[in-house]
Design a protein around this ligand. Sequence first.
Ligand code: AMP
Ligand code: MG
Length: 406
Amino acid sequence: MLSYEQARQIILENIAPAGVEQSELVDAIGRVLVEDVVAPWDMPLWDNSAMDGYAVRSTDCAEVPCKLKVTGYIPAGIRGDGIEVKQGCAVKIMTGAPVPAGADAVVPYEETAETSGEQVAVQAPVTARQHIRYRGEDVRAGQTVIAAGTMVRPPEVSMLASLGLSRVPVFLRPIVAVLSTGDELIEVGRTPGAGEIINSNALALAAAVREAGGIPRVIGIARDNLESHREKLLEGLKADMLVTSAGVSAGDRDLVRVVLEELGVKQIFWKVGIKPGKPTAFGVKDGKPVFSLPGNPVSGLITFEEFVRPALLRMMGQRQVLRPTFCALLREDISNKESDRTILLRIRLEREGETLYASTSGKQQTGLLKTMVNSAAIAVIPPGRGFMAAGEEVDVHFFGSYIDLI
Ligand code: AMP
Ligand code: MG
């Protein structure tokens, strides 16, 4: 059986970016730039004032306090052409306004006293170049300011907009078909009768796809017969990625795998040495990834987290496809009966000073969804460790809930 690490490596080796599109800046958030961004112009575009105050010649203010004649006013948004600061003079200026010819410093209001409308007293020492943002000081025209492969965050949006770029090429958000299987399933919205199970996986997996940046397409339920599986799996294979749930465990008739093979999906593996999530299958058709996840809601979410999410992020060109991994100390003893498999433990995290502590967020039976709801991370207990004592170190994958400070 493949190990946890081998399975993830094989998946990532089989994934290529889904494609490229031009995106508006706000929709580019969280997505990856396909090309280097080269500045078309200098930033700032002209020397401008960093403060509200007076543009002066620093040599006029060699000794302070000194008095200067106010000969003009440049508010923000005014070009200021033709305005010049002559010897012994000052021009009132607003933050961001162009620095007039002749001036080489700005004195903030706070360091002046207006003696009359026509005169200003400079009260603090002035050094040449103070409070001026110089042309090109931030960015030079022709310079690469953001490298291809960078994920767009609000600072990148700010930079792109400032450089006049309203659309940028980014990797596509893959469309991910989400298919549930099973005769027992009913859709959410009514109280289940005897033997009925609400199709919560469709919504949970769709939400996980959306959270990772993909576009979920919930395509319904394949019933436990070949015909229904054929129809639904065929529909699912039209998407960029297909994720199915249930019908892959030993007790099932394995319809998912049989029909996927019939439809030309090359099955790469169908078991992984993890707990929960052993009956996880991965296949490819024409480069399209197909994940068959176990039906148990906890196992489905954990295998999505550990295998599907990294694949989805890789399709979106992300360099960093794994969650931040921290080292934490176990709060309690852990015994691992299945010591040939990697145990993915649902845990809570607490920080005490510099140290992170991991404690189980509830009983670890895979049927217990509440333990998943109460967890902030997954602790990875390597195979071969039948027992780990409180105080031992474990790797934890933080998935964005809370770390409690204590
Ligand atoms: P299976 O893999 O088909 O043996 O299903 C394992 C368990 O997951 C069973 O208890 C199913 O009822 C449950 N299950 C299967 N599909 C879903 C689903 N779409 N939503 C919620 N639970 C499910
Ligand atoms: Mg089933």
